[in-house]
Design a protein around this ligand. Sequence first.
Ligand SMILES: O=C(CO)COP(=O)(O)O
Length: 125
Amino acid sequence: MTPMRIALIAHDKKKDAIVALASEFAALLREHTLMGTGTTGGRLQSEVGLNVERLLSGPLGGDLQIGSRLAMGEVDCVIFLRDPMTAQPHEPDISALLRACDVHNVPCATNVATARFLLDDLARR
Ligand SMILES: O=C(CO)COP(=O)(O)O
């Protein structure tokens, strides 16, 4: 199977959830090319042992970097565990990334339930 380029992102209150999810699917994720926003990527590296290319932290432009790559056809799938209960200073960047996913028809899971569907599907390929 050709490795997929997967972006992994989580807001602060969802970071434990993305670490737990990535731990559960670690064997699968290791077969793919991973990138993430700064803090999320750091936790996935240190706590799950995944090889993740770390971009800037979200509030400093990390979402935009991923959106830019995605627009260039360099991202195949996004797992972005958003915190719907906390206002984010970089909300426009978040909206831009989600819009880019829709513009380019790239699968984007914004909660754990959808992420599981996506990763389960990937595991069957
Ligand atoms: O803010 C984020 C996504 O909008 C995530 O950024 P960090 O992974 O650097 O916390």
